[in-house]
Structures are given as C-alpha cells and as structure tokens.
Design a protein around this ligand. Structure first.
Ligand SMILES: C[S@@+](CC[C@H](N)C(=O)[O-])C[C@H]1O[C@@H](n2cnc3c(N)ncnc32)[C@H](O)[C@@H]1O
Length: 274
C-alpha cells in the first residue's frame, strides 16, 4: 500500500459517510487487497478519507453527474474553479441552475452546476432539492472554502479509475481474488433518495446474490432493519451505533450494520469500532 492524499468530499451528499468514515477507513486499511472498488461512491465520504491505498482504485456511481464531476476535477479543476468563482450564494442563482438541463451543457458547465447545487441544497439532497439556509454559517457556497480541497482532490484522483455503471456491472468487471469491495448503497426505505431510476428495493436481493459469489472480500454498510438482516443472513454482521444528521437538524442515534463475507475482517473491526 502507498500513502495517498486525504481529502474532504467535494460537496455535501445525502447519506455521506462523515461520522463512520474514519472507523470504516481503519477497517479497510487493515484488510489485505490489491484492488479497491467502491460501487456506490457518491461524494466519496470513505474513499477520500483513506490515508493509504493500493495502486488500482475504482470509484463508481450510476449518477452521471457524480462521475462527470470527478472527471472534470481531475482534468480541468482550474477551469471549474474559475467558472464557479463569481457565482452568488443566492436563491435566484440556485433556481436558475436547477432549471437548466445538464444534457444541453458542456461537461465543465455540468460540473460547475452540480458542485454549486450540491453545496446550496438542503441536506446535500441530490434530487428534489431546496435552497438551504444555515443561520450559523451564512452562504453555503464559497470558493475560498473549497479551493484548497479541490486541488487535493485533483491530485488524489490522478490515477483513479472513474466508472459510471450499475453496481452489478462494475462488480462483474473488477471482482477478483484480492479485490476489496466497499459498498454503501442507499438505505433500506430510502431507495428512491438518489433518483427513482437508479435503485429499488428488489435490488438488495440482487446485491446479496451477487455478493454471495464474490471472489474478493466485501464490506457493506447499511441501516439496521429486519429486512436487511434477512436478505444478507448468509454473511457475517456487526452492529454499530452512529449519529445521522440532516444539515441544521438534530443528530439522531441510528443503528447501522457492517456486513462482510470475511468474519475475520469484522473481528478486526470490532477493535476499531467499539
Ligand atoms: C448512500 S449513497 C453513498 C454515499 C457515499 N458513501 C458518500 O460518502 O458520499 C448511495 C449512492 O449510490 C448511488 N447509486 C444508486 N443506485 C445505484 C446503482 N444502481 N448503481 C450504482 N450506484 C448507485 C447513488 O447515486 C448514491 O451516490
């Protein structure tokens, strides 16, 4: 493993793994692997917080705006920052961007639009967005606040493979003996949170079936509900307590499960998680 630059995610994201991230990173870095794959990367709450990693890393999300943002930050981060520099943190700007169709924009314009909307939207929601106001912080979008991190992200992504596939397809492509797959799918009960066409409840069963014939090792984090315990009952499970906050709201205690095809990995996790 080699040292990598630790960054913050480029933008807020609903379900972003900020609270559990460091503990999951410790767990992942303790597992021997030669390829790292995240099929549900979102804004990379775990991926960007790694301190050491392997040469071959693959990040994937079926949301095309996510993959485009990462590609543009890697190739043209200066142009993205320049385009975003003079944007106002105003409701009018927010509504103007929201009304635009990304398919009619250039890739750089799409990345700027996405970055701006994610910073301004309440709770980092990617769909059904509302203009978010935080009395303690003022405007949510400030280039000064994100510039240094974006430069770090550019370097961090320089040799990372960025995919935009359905999770089954990306697992099929990269699974192998020493692959480590970290999965953070939508919560059970929140399947439509990232857009109705991306995920549905029946896909948890597809995921469990695909994971049961995985050649590599996987770690899955998900909310602790009876249906999930039943669907993934063939695997080892560890209960963890974490807090869940939607920006500005009060933090709620919630139970999450870490699920794996390697009991040993979770035994190691117990030491770091409790
Ligand atoms: C819980 S979020 C991941 C959050 C991420 N760990 C973070 O810290 O930002 C789940 C992600 O799965 C993606 N997703 C939903 N359906 C998918 C599918 N069929 N294949 C791949 N990704 C999908 C969503 O776009 C979303 O980014």
């Amino acid at each position: 493993m080699k040292e990598v630059i630790r960054c913050e995610p480029p933008a807020p994201w609903l379900g972003g793994k900020s609270r559990l991230a460091d503990r999951i990173v410790d767990l992942i870095e303790g597992i021997d692997h030669d390829l790292y794959l995240e099929p549900f990367t979102g804004m990379g709450g775990v991926f960007f917080r790694r301190r050491r990693s392997v040469k071959c890393e693959v990040i994937n999300d079926f949301n095309g705006e996510v993959a485009n943002l990462f590609r543009q930050l890697r190739r043209h981060h200066n142009v993205v920052l320049e385009e975003a520099r003079f944007l106002l943190g105003s409701r009018e700007e927010f509504e103007r961007f929201k009304a635009q169709r990304p398919d009619l924009m250039t890739e750089i314009e799409r990345a700027v639009r996405f970055l701006y909307l994610q910073h301004q939207a309440f709770g980092g929601k990617p769909s059904g967005q509302n203009f978010g106001v935080d009395r303690e912080r003022g405007s949510r979008f400030s280039i000064e606040k994100i510039e240094i991190n974006i430069e770090r992200i550019r370097k961090r992504l320089s040799s990372v493979i960025i995919e935009n596939l359905d999770f089954i397809e990306v697992i099929d492509r990269y699974d192998g003996g020493r692959a480590l797959v970290y999965l953070d799918p939508p919560y059970y009960g929140g399947e439509g949170d990232y857009g109705k066409s991306l995920f549905s409840r029946s896909r948890f069963v597809d995921l469990a079936a695909r994971l049961s014939r995985l050649a590599g090792t996987f770690i899955l984090s998900i909310n602790d509900v009876p249906a999930i315990r039943e669907i993934f009952s063939d695997f080892a499970m560890l209960e963890v307590q974490t807090k869940y906050t939607i920006q500005g709201g009060e933090a709620k205690n919630v139970g999450e499960l870490l699920i794996s095809n390697s009991e040993g990995a979770l035994v190691g996790a117990q030491k770091t998680l409790i």
